[in-house]
Design a protein around this ligand. Structure first.
Ligand code: SAH
Ligand code: SF4
Length: 396
C-alpha cells in the first residue's frame, strides 16, 4: 500500500441476502440488469427491450410489484417475481421540523440505520443522502465523524433513499398523466453520513441511475457530491459522474486543516487545490462550492478569509464559498462563530468577487442540520473527553 492510498477500503459492501435467495433489481446498472435478466431465463433476444420496460417501471413509475408491470406478459411477470424483488430501505422513523425539513431514519440490511434529510425551499426541494454508515474519517467538528465506519452502502441503498423520499412525497407520476415539471424533490446532495468518494463505485452507479432520462431523470447539475478531499478520486468524479462538486475546505492553513479535516495529513491544501483546478473543465460544470464551517476563534479570522481567497485565486478555480454556521451536537468541542463574525467573513469574500452565501440552518430542532447526523443506535459511543482529546483541543 502506498502511503497515499485511501485509508478506507477494509470494509466491503456486504451484498444483501434476500429471502429465498431472490435478487434485488434496484441499484443495478442497465448492463447489469440486462445480464441478470438473462441469467434468470429471459431470452437474450428480448433482454434489451425487457430491461428498458422494467427500468421504466422501477425508476419512472415507482412500481415495486411485478404484477403491476402491465406491458409484460402475465407468465413473464410471474417468472420475474419468482427470482427478483424491487426493494428499497425501510423507513423506521420520520420527523418533521417546524420549518418543514423532514428527517428519515432508514434501516438497511444488517439492521444498520442511516439518516436522510429532505429540505423544501421555495424554488426547489433538496434531498441530503448518505453514502456510508458512519465514516472512516474523523473530522473533529462532525457528529458523523464520531461514529466509526460500519459499512459502505450499496448502490441500491443509495438510490433507494431517493425512491423512499419520492414515496413519502407522493411524487411518482401516474401512468398516462403529463410529466410534472415542478418537482418537490429536484436536487440531491451527497452530504449526509459518510465520505462518498470512499464508496466511489456504488455512489457512481446510484447517481447514474438517478440521472437516467428514462427514470428519475435528475440533471447532473442538480446533484452535488461533497467530499472532504479524497484527491485521487476527484478526477474520476468529473469523468465518471459529472455532477457538481462541493469540497469541505474549512481551514486555510495545513496546521488547522490537519486538525479539522484530518485527511489533510494525507492530501494537503496544495494537492487538493491542484486536483480541484481541473474539475470544472473535465466535468463541464461552472464552479466548485467551497464549504467552510464557521468555528469561533478557530478558522474565522479576517486573515483566514484573505488566505482563502488567495488560495482560490492562485489556482484560478471558479468558486462559490458556502459559509456554514457550525451546528452543535452533544459533546461538540467547538462553538459557532457569532453572526457578526460570519457576516464580516462573508463580506471579505464577496468584496473579492466571489459569492459567499451563508447556509441557512435547517431542521436543527430535529438534529437534521449539517454534521448532526448520526445513527441513533450509535449515539454517545464516544465521550466528550475523547472527542476533545482527538480534536487536539484544550478548552479547560
Ligand atoms: N463526508 C463528506 C460529506 C458529508 S458532510 C464531506 O465531508 O464533505 C457534509 C457537510 O457538512 C460537509 O461540508 C461537512 O464538513 C459539514 N459539516 C459536518 N459537521 C458539521 C457541523 N457540525 N456543522 C456544520 N457543518 C458540518
Ligand atoms: Fe466524514 Fe464528512 Fe463528517 Fe468528515 S465531515 S467525518 S468526511 S462525514
Amino acid at each position: 500500500m502506498s502511503p497515499k492510498a485511501p485509508i478506507t477500503q477494509d470494509v466491503m459492501t456486504i451484498p444483501r441476502k434476500l429471502p429465498e435467495g431472490k435478487v434485488n433489481l434496484v441499484g443495478l446498472t442497465r448492463d447489469r440488469l440486462r445480464e441478470t435478466l438473462i441469467e434468470h431465463g429471459t431470452p437474450e433476444k428480448q433482454a434489451k427491450m425487457r430491461t428498458g420496460q422494467i427500468w421504466q417501471w422501477i425508476y419512472q413509475w415507482g412500481v415495486r410489484d411485478f404484477a403491476e408491470m402491465t406491458n409484460l406478459a402475465k407468465a413473464y411477470r410471474t417468472q420475474l417475481a419468482e427470482h427478483f424483488v424491487i426493494e428499497i430501505p425501510e423507513v423506521v422513523t420520520r420527523q418533521v421540523s417546524e420549518d418543514g425539513t423532514r428527517k428519515y431514519l432508514v434501516r438497511i440490511a444488517g439492521g444498520h440505520e442511516v439518516e436522510v434529510v429532505y429540505i423544501p425551499e421555495d424554488d426547489r426541494g433538496t434531498l441530503c443522502i448518505s453514502s456510508q454508515v458512519g465514516c472512516t474519517l474523523t473530522c473533529s467538528f462532525c457528529h458523523t465523524g464520531t461514529q466509526k465506519l460500519v459499512r459502505n452502502l450499496t448502490a441500491a441503498e443509495i438510490v433507494g433513499q431517493v425512491m423512499m423520499a419520492r414515496d413519502d412525497l407522493d411524487e411518482w407520476p401516474v401512468p398516462g398523466a403529463p410529466k410534472d415539471e415542478t418537482r418537490l424533490l429536484s436536487n440531491i446532495v451527497l452530504m449526509g453520513m459518510g465520505e462518498p468518494l470512499y464508496n466511489f463505485e456504488n455512489v457512481r452507479d446510484a447517481m447514474k441511475i438517478a440521472m437516467d432520462p428514462e427514470g428519475i431523470s435528475l440533471s447532473r447539475r442538480r446533484i452535488t457530491l461533497s467530499t472532504s478531499g479524497v484527491v485521487p478520486e476527484i478526477a474520476r468524479t468529473a469523468q465518471e459522474i459529472g455532477c457538481l462538486l462541493a469540497i469541505s475546505f474549512h481551514a486555510t492553513t495545513n496546521e488547522v486543516r490537519d486538525v479539522l479535516v484530518p485527511i489533510n495529513k494525507r492530501w494537503n491544501i496544495e494537492e487538493l487545490l491542484q486536483a480541484l483546478a481541473s474539475y470544472p473543465k473535465v466535468s463541464n460544470s461552472e464552479r466548485i462550492t467551497f464549504e467552510y464551517v464557521m468555528l469561533d476563534g478557530v478558522n474565522d479570522s479576517d486573515e483566514d478569509a484573505h488566505r482563502l481567497i488567495e488560495h482560490i485565486k492562485r489556482h484560478k478555480i471558479p468558486a462559490k464559498i458556502n459559509l456554514i454556521p457550525f451546528n452543535e451536537w452533544p459533546g461538540a468541542p467547538y462553538k459557532r462563530s457569532s453572526n457578526n463574525r460570519i457576516r464580516a467573513f462573508a463580506n471579505i469574500i464577496y468584496q473579492a468577487g466571489y459569492a459567499s452565501p451563508i447556509r441557512k440552518t435547517r431542521g436543527e430542532d430535529i438534529m437534521a442540520a449539517c454534521g448532526q447526523l448520526k445513527s441513533a443506535t450509535e449515539r454517545a459511543r464516544k465521550s466528550r473527553k475523547q472527542i476533545e482529546a482527538e480534536a487536539g483541543l484544550d478548552r479547560g
